[in-house]
Ligand binder design. Structure first.
Ligand code: SUG
Length: 475
């Protein structure tokens, strides 16, 4: 049965002001969704070549406040399922550090004035709120999979696009601050920033397991393998992730080769707008929902996944394959069906948290009905409206970084970043105070926006109890 947006589940919502210990769950490790939030400068810059929605919505007027509220509602929904939900703070924008490195000098107001006059595109890049798509923040391997028994983090270098390339330094710092206990967490530098090691983080990485605390199979998907003979790259749009990058991350994290699978994206999919693998497949625990045109050599990829899963995780990996006859690549990209979050309810059932666009398209809706009535663990679909993020090519799954954490790891994390009803209410009031309800790209030149963003960031770090995390907060 498909359910529409359910938000009347207050009974499940627990107020956490100390590290959450979901005592009602008899597990030793949990998947925590760390969501990003859109900032007060959320806008449609048309900055991401190869991302069809970003290109199509270039220069239209955004609604940062609605963007924030939509993302908070999504968090509330996931939290109401009895799952652990947390959030990562906003990146500081505009990115003055980048502007200074590009030769702009003087006071912040002078810099903004100069850039607004000389290079409005650069202004949009430095004001982008793209840090909200935390699926691109890092690749994370849980302690059950790694060589040293710690949870490993490698921030994505995001070298493909300037407005994203300015994210990793803050991402790395904030991950280190949140997961600060070095006996439990191992933080790597982003991979060297070269074309060979282009890395887009967890958007191209999934993990399959029987239970979160047990060993898993880590699945790395890449778009380019430069050592390959012949020209099998996409013809139209760039492939963002390289095999070299994925292999380096598996090596850094100390994952046994027998527990990794590397798969190459189908170049036709990239040309159809699949700029990250999470636009065409989603996996969690023992379920893999994917499109038949997602990978080159799809059959051998799934055979390797199944074999390794049964050998190392026990049981069977359940494949839910959607054929191109049932849903074309274009329909998949248009609906963002595969960018649903696939989550496991505490009782064990799998739920798809799908973009509301999927409920509005007849063929996609019917497909979802088939999926939930077929023999597989997906028994429920919940629709969320994240239209403001979708217009930039970011669906529900793009907005979250999954981190599997044991009870001991949960106990050493700052509790202020965990979602609760109280935090939700605080963030709504915060958004009402600091976010505009429309922003056109030309508004980015408004000097007040800097002041508004600063006030918002300053308060947010207090609300999340993170201390002084921004340069402007330090004397
Ligand atoms: O990198 N869009 C992002 C969307 C990222 C989605 N993430 C995942 N699939 N995991 C990108 O293409 C558009 C910004 C703009 O056009 O203003 C943008 O950066």
């Amino acid at each position: 049965m498909i359910f529409f947006l359910v938000l009347s589940c207050e009974g499940f919502i627990v107020n956490f002001k100390q590290p959450p210990h979901p005592a009602h769950l008899a597990e030793e490790a949990f998947e925590v969704n760390f969501d990003g939030i859109p900032g007060p400068t959320h806008n449609f810059g048309g900055l991401a070549y190869g991302n069809i929605r970003s290109m199509a919505n270039r220069l239209s007027v955004s609604n940062p406040r609605a963007a924030l509220f939509q993302c908070l509602t999504k968090m509330k929904l996931v939290h109401s399922l009895g799952l652990l939900q947390a959030l990562l703070p906003l990146h500081p924008r505009p990115a003055f550090e980048a502007l200074r490195r590009l030769g702009y000098s003087g006071s912040e107001t002078q810099i903004l004035e100069k850039v607004s006059k000389e290079n409005i595109n650069l202004l949009a890049r430095c004001y982008s709120s793209s840090g909200m798509w935390t699926a691109n923040a890092a690749t994370v391997s849980p302690c059950a999979d790694t060589g040293d028994g710690r949870t490993h983090f490698t921030p994505a270098n995001l070298i493909n696009l300037f407005h994203r390339y300015i994210e990793p330094s803050f991402t790395g710092a904030i991950l280190r601050r949140i997961f600060h206990d070095e006996s439990k967490f191992n933080h790597h530098m982003p991979l060297p920033g070269s074309w060979d090691y282009a890395d887009e983080g967890a958007a191209n990485h999934s993990r399959f397991c029987s239970s979160y605390g047990a060993a898993g199979i880590e699945f790395f998907v890449y778009g380019r393998d430069d050592s390959e003979e012949g020209d099998s790259r996409p013809a139209v749009f760039p492939a963002r992730q390289t095999l070299e990058a994925s292999v380096a991350i598996a090596r850094l994290h100390g994952i046994e080769p027998e527990k990794t699978v590397f798969a190459r994206q189908n170049p036709d999919a990239i040309d159809a707008g699949v700029f990250h693998n999470d636009v065409i497949s989603v996996g969690n625990k023992n379920v893999f929902l994917f499109h038949s045109d997602a990978f080159c050599n799809s059959d051998s990829v799934t055979a390797e996944l199944k074999r390794k899963f049964s050998e190392h995780c026990g049981g069977n990996l359940i494949l839910v394959e959607v054929s191109s006859k049932r849903l074309s690549l274009a329909e998949a990209v248009d609906s963002y069906l595969f960018n649903s979050q696939l989550v496991s309810e505490p009782e064990g059932g799998a739920v798809l948290v799908a973009p509301s666009e999927c409920g509005e398209k007849k063929r996609v809706y019917e497909l979802l009905e088939e999926i939930v009535s077929d023999e597989n663990p997906i028994k429920k679909v919940l629709f969320v409206d994240v239209d403001q993020s979708m217009k930039n090519g970011g669906g529900p799954a793009c907005l979250r970084l999954r981190v599997v954490l044991t009870n001991e790891e949960l106990a050493v994390i700052n509790p202020g970043i965990f979602f609760s009803q109280q935090l939700h209410e605080e963030l709504i009031l915060w958004g009402e105070r600091h976010y505009r309800d429309h922003l056109s790209p030309k508004d980015l030149a408004d000097p007040n926006l800097l002041y508004e963003s600063r006030c918002a960031l300053d308060e947010l770090s207090g609300i999340l109890d993170l201390g002084s995390i921004y340069d402007f907060q330090r004397p």
